[in-house]
Design a protein around this ligand. Structure first.
Ligand code: FAD
Ligand code: DHB
Length: 394
């Protein structure tokens, strides 16, 4: 074992949650060490979120990482819901009193955060194997990990579990302490990234009896499309030709006619799941982001829910180190979960509204139809959708 490192905050996971917290803390002089299991290229190769809410964008700016996002990201004031061969627009700006979202890929967010950590000389350790948190109930918790064959140890005041759904942090909380709520959906999303002009300048969420489809984008030359697929499908089952043909069938005719196709540069399937683990604190371990909660991607809430956890944690840690005030740390789990559950409700609702459920009966289908009709006939319903989509206040 090499000489133990000593830091204030040990962070597990180099996804957006861990990196953002690491950067924010460092800017306030709070020393931290981040351990990531994979290589940087691997992390940057994952294509995930594309829509950032205002609060997330603000946090990126506070982390001094907002420059490229502000230059290259696109402000979107609305999006479409396609159904029954037509498109209805949700006017985010109108129904939120001027709020909007930023279209900027998670890959770019992560890249900007890594660059900022490099510039500040932050300690980000990649390919850290067998990361294990210890003595979580004590005032001196620590982390062990391996780099190659060499064992290492980091002593800290607090450990942040920002290691995603499959990480080690949540699993290190005793089972009798944790309550897990889970809902698994009987389908996944097949995503394709292609260097083509997006079919629409604004996102289109398409409800179709063949299954849901989403037309999204990363820029005006980079498109991101998704199809609802059965859980049994594998990426290899879908040629590019099959993907484009199926997407066209699920879009209104005028949209399908405008679709520009091209070779896929990434193709992957993500299962859909709703999940919450309570509480989000165990001793001096604090969970954040996908480590504690997952939503189906339909409402674009996942990364944004991670950001609100980081906001609460960051301020709680600042209060602890700057003012000796532990109220924020004590209230973290309760505060974070209150917002997390609202994102759960919204994501479940968007998913239920727009997907085709294999076991749905005719009654369910009529209700789904009625929900849509009500939505576009009611300012109150559109206000509710819009305020949730742009993100509830932290
Ligand atoms: P992660 O991004 O999962 O990062 C966790 C990190 O921890 C990873 O780098 C992992 O390698 C590392 N790690 C894991 N185990 C260990 C270990 N034992 N030791 C050390 N490190 C470990 N959200 C939105 O808000 N808007 C969207 O538009 C959106 N679209 C999405 C589309 C798709 C197809 C998918 C799959 C997700 C989407 N999301 C969206 C969700 C969003 O991507 C996640 O919520 C987000 O990645 C969570 O960030 P995180 O940092 O908490 O976790
Ligand atoms: C994207 C993903 C989503 O889940 C969503 O709701 C909107 C956009 C995307 O990857 O572009």
């Amino acid at each position: 074992m090499t000489t133990p490192m000593k830091t204030k905050v040990g962070i597990i996971g180099g996804g957006p949650s861990g990196l953002l917290l690491s950067q924010l803390l460092h800017l306030k002089g709070i020393d931290n060490v981040l351990l990531e299991k994979h290589s940087r290229d691997y992390v940057l190769g994952r294509i995930r979120a594309g829509v950032l809410e205002h609060g997330f964008a603000e946090l990126m700016r506070e982390a001094q990482c907002g420059e490229r996002m502000d230059r290259e990201g696109e402000i979107h004031d609305g999006f479409y819901i396609a159904h029954d061969g037509i498109r209805d627009r949700v006017d985010l700006k109108k129904y939120t009193g001027g709020n909007s979202v930023v279209v900027y890929g998670q890959t770019e967010v992560t890249r900007d955060l890594y660059e900022a950590r490099d510039k500040m000389g932050g300690t980000v350790i990649h390919e850290a194997q067998d990361v294990t948190p210890h003595d979580l109930k004590s005032d001196a918790p620590y982390l062990t990990y391996r780099l190659g064959d060499e064992p290492h140890r980091v002593d800290c005041d607090f450990i942040i579990g920002a290691d995603g759904f499959h990480g080690v942090s949540r699993k290190s909380i005793p089972k009798d302490v944790l309550t897990e709520y889970e809902k698994v959906y009987p389908f996944g999303w097949l995503g394709v990234l292609s260097r083509t002009k997006p079919v629409s300048p604004e996102l289109i969420y398409a409800k179709h009896e063949r299954g849901f489809a989403l037309c999204s984008l990363r820029s005006q030359v980079l498109s991101r499309y998704y199809l609802q697929v059965p859980l049994t499908d594998r990426v290899e089952d879908w040629s590019d030709e099959d993907f484009w043909a199926e997407l066209k069938k699920r879009l209104p005719e005028d949209v399908a006619g405008d679709l520009i196709t091209g070779p896929s540069i990434e193709k992957s399937i993500a299962p859909l799941r709703s999940f919450v683990a309570e509480p989000m604190r165990y001793g001096n371990l604090f969970l954040a982001g996908d480590a504690a909660h997952i939503v189906p991607p339909t409402g674009a809430r996942g990364l944004n829910s991670a950001a609100s956890d980081i906001y609460y944690l960051y301020h709680a840690l600042l209060d602890h180190y700057q003012d000796g005030d532990d109220t924020g740390l004590e209230q973290y789990s309760q505060k974070a979960l209150a917002r997390v559950w609202k994102a759960q409700r919204f994501s479940w609702w968007m998913t239920s509204l727009l997907h085709t459920f294999p076991d749905s009966i005719s009654y369910d289908k009529r209700l789904q139809q009625t929900d849509l009709e009500y939505l576009f006939s009611s300012d109150a319903a559109q206000t509710s959708l819009a305020e949730n989509y742009v993100g509830l206040p932290f």
